[in-house]
Design a protein around this ligand. Structure first.
Ligand SMILES: *Cc1c(COP(=O)(O)O)cnc(C)c1O
Length: 383
């Protein structure tokens, strides 16, 4: 059935300028991190996102763990997050001893259902952890209003959010803290990497100490103390200069990558409109007050069984389409925490019905046409 070459689901983005910066790291002879390239990445992020401070991390998982520590979460605290997310969103909370409380998503955007989140607030709730899915921001106006009403901290999981905005505010610049990912599956990357954005300036000193393995080393560098020592519980969070050098080249090429993604995303969106008009699938909704970074393109079939059939048939024709998160509350670990799959029925149904399409630099004119054509044929046959 394969009529031409395989179209892969993902191929990491490259600008072609990464190697040049890596050579400069050799010239600098500074490798271990928090050097010139890491600091340039931090300044770039602060400019680009409007966040007050950025600290580079080895991953978004690291940035989320750092955020949970900086937020002062601990045993007995509860944090509300969507079940439809990557495991790190939940494990970052649990590492501090706090308890993740899963909520439903709105299937239109696959982001936090705020009414359901509000219902789960208790006297123990300390924070909200919305996830910006596929480059579309959660409803941050509603998140911030809810947080203010109940005096909660907001940590954004902006792993997929760089370059997108909601209500005119850049993602990652809205909550007190936000975590970004530069894993190779994201729009810009350095293999593995991440960053913590800090918008509540009162948290910065603590964040920097925890990031510096629990020492006040940064004060030492700024000449504020004459030796540095252990001041609180921290860990090793930052990436090496090699990663930051690679990442800086990606940052500088972000617009070029964004244009390619937008064009592909729009091609899929227009090409699949007739299937939605005929009631055969749902396309992603980008709310009017949201600007997407086109991180992923997804379709939602009427049922999980339809999605399974479509995925197998499209894959058999040489186009890799993939599912996304298995909701955390119904996973082995989620069930060990006392959850049952039927606790969040809307999440289970929409997660199981969703498929992601290839979005990367190697999907050219011919490939994008083939994707739309193949999906159209298969969906009209299956649904
Ligand atoms: C990719 C991702 C993460 C984890 O990022 P790493 O950099 O791989 O640790 C966390 N949350 C979400 C929503 C993600 O998409």
């Amino acid at each position: 059935m394969t009529d031409s070459a395989q179209i892969h689901f993902h191929v990491p983005f490259l600008t072609g300028r990464e190697r040049g910066y890596i050579d400069e790291v050799f010239d600098n002879r500074r490798f271990s991190g928090n050097g010139p390239f890491s600091q340039r990445c931090q300044r770039w992020l602060e400019d680009y996102t409007d966040a007050k401070f950025a600290l580079m991390t080895h991953s978004c998982t690291g940035a989320l763990e750092l955020a949970a520590m900086v937020a002062g979460l601990g045993v007995g605290d509860e944090v509300i997050l969507p079940s439809y997310t990557f495991v790190s969103t939940a494990t970052s909370i649990m590492r501090t001893g706090a308890t993740p409380i899963f909520c439903e998503i709105d299937p239109a955007t696959m982001t936090m259902d705020l009414e359901d989140a509000a219902r789960r607030i208790t006297p123990r709730t300390r924070a909200l952890l919305p996830v910006h899915y596929g480059g579309v921001g959660a409803d941050m106006k509603a998140v911030m209003a809810l947080a203010e009403k109940h005096d909660l901290k907001v940590i954004e999981d902006a792993a997929q959010g760089l370059g997108a905005s909601r209500h005119g505010e850049k993602l990652g610049n809205i909550g007190a803290l936000a975590a970004l990912s530069f894993h190779e599956t994201k729009n810009v990357h350095c293999g593995l990497g991440g960053a913590l954005l800090i918008n509540d300036a009162s948290l910065f000193e603590r964040a920097e100490n925890i990031w510096e393995r629990g020492t006040d080393r940064s004060k030492f560098f700024k000449g504020l103390v004459d030796k540095y020592s252990w001041v609180e519980l921290g860990s090793s969070f930052y990436p090496s200069e090699l990663q930051s050098a690679f990442l800086l080249a990606q940052f500088e090429g972000i617009d070029e990558g964004a244009e390619q993604r937008a064009s592909l995303w729009n091609h899929y969106h227009e090409g699949l409109a007739p299937l939605e008009a005929d009631g055969l699938l749902h396309r992603p909704v980008v709310p009017e007050d949201a600007v997407t970074n086109h991180h992923c393109y997804w379709i939602r079939l009427p049922t999980p069984a339809h999605a399974d059939d479509v995925r197998k048939q499209v894959n058999a024709r040489g186009i890799s389409v993939v599912i996304h998160y298995v909701p955390l509350h119904g996973s082995t670990m989620g069930q060990r925490l006392g959850w049952r799959p039927e606790d969040l029925p809307k999440t289970v149904h929409s997660a199981g019905s969703l498929l992601r399409l290839p979005v990367h630099q190697l999907v050219g004119e011919a490939e994008r046409a083939r994707v739309v054509e193949t999906i159209t044929e298969v969906v009209r046959d299956v649904v």
